[in-house]
Design a binder for this molecule. Structure first.
Ligand SMILES: Cc1cc2nc3c(=O)[nH]c(=O)nc-3n(C[C@H](O)[C@H](O)[C@H](O)COP(=O)(O)OP(=O)(O)OC[C@H]3O[C@@H](n4cnc5c(N)ncnc54)[C@H](O)[C@@H]3O)c2cc1C
Length: 135
């Protein structure tokens, strides 16, 4: 898909999933995998820290998944850490490099990171929220 101007997903339609290709998969544990995804050329996720996307697989369904990569180091990619717990996430774990999934978003109220500038910041995370904290 090509467009002359860079288009953000939310501007195209919040209800229409945009196809994203899996470009890498890292297995963290039996239940958790990190997926690197790439949007079609001309599209950008344009997310802020703390937001999530709706991840869909045709014929399976959709689930909210947090974006765990930095918006400032995206380079056309973003990362999702997925714990296999049910229909959608188990199907996602069966996919590999080159597979295409649907992405809607970004959604959710972002962290006001501009207010943190110059201050000491304490990060507290639990469960899957720990994944983006890993080096
Ligand atoms: C804002 C937000 C961000 C999130 N971020 C992430 C993230 O980064 N990574 C991540 O992995 N998850 C994340 N989640 C959680 C994820 O969206 C849910 O776990 C989602 O339900 C997974 O969809 P699924 O189709 O795989 O699971 P489902 O099939 O919907 O199952 C969900 C749970 O319900 C249980 N269940 C299903 N059917 C039944 C039944 N009939 N009876 C009893 N129990 C049942 C399953 O065993 C499972 O534990 C996030 C959720 C929210 C709201």
């Amino acid at each position: 898909m090509t467009t002359l101007m860079k288009e953000t997903l939310s501007k195209s339609s919040i209800y229409m999933p945009t196809p994203a290709r899996i470009t890498a998969v890292r297995t963290f544990t039996q239940a958790e995998k990190m997926f690197k995804l790439e949007l079609p050329s001309g599209f950008s996720l344009d997310h802020r820290p703390g937001q999530f996307v709706e991840l869909s697989i045709l014929g399976i369904g959709e689930a909210p998944i947090s974006i765990c990569s930095s918006p400032s180091r995206s380079n056309g990619h973003f990362e999702l850490c997925v714990r296999s717990v049910g229909k959608l996430t188990e199907a996602m774990h069966r996919l590999g490099r080159g597979a295409v999934v649907g992405i809607r978003g970004p959604f959710g109220r972002p962290f006001p990171v501009e207010n943190f500038r110059g201050k000491d910041v304490l990060f507290i995370a639990g469960g899957l929220g720990l994944a983006p904290r890993a080096p």
